[in-house]
Design a protein around this ligand. Structure first.
Ligand SMILES: [Zn+2]
Length: 73
């Protein structure tokens, strides 16, 4: 796995879903703060620059403002 984050996956199935981009996350594994210059959104794969753990971005339903959780891969 290259660790390159994919962009613009929101238009999957040709339909724009509730989209929101974030530009940083805190690693659930080691609590490191990871700035993500390109931004990420739900469905993207992230990796912690400290411990190398890979995470999948999941939007928390009905969160306002939109929030995400990270799922271990
Ligand atoms: Zn980490």
């Amino acid at each position: 796995m290259s660790g390159t984050p994919r962009k613009r996956e929101v238009t999957r199935r040709g339909r724009v879903v509730n989209t929101k981009r974030w530009d940083e996350f805190e690693c659930p594994e080691c609590s490191a703060h990871n700035p993500w210059d390109d931004g990420f959104e739900q469905g993207d794969e992230l990796f912690c620059s400290w411990c190398g753990e890979v995470w999948l971005v999941r939007l928390i339903p009905e969160s306002d403002p939109p929030r995400f959780r990270l799922e271990s891969q």
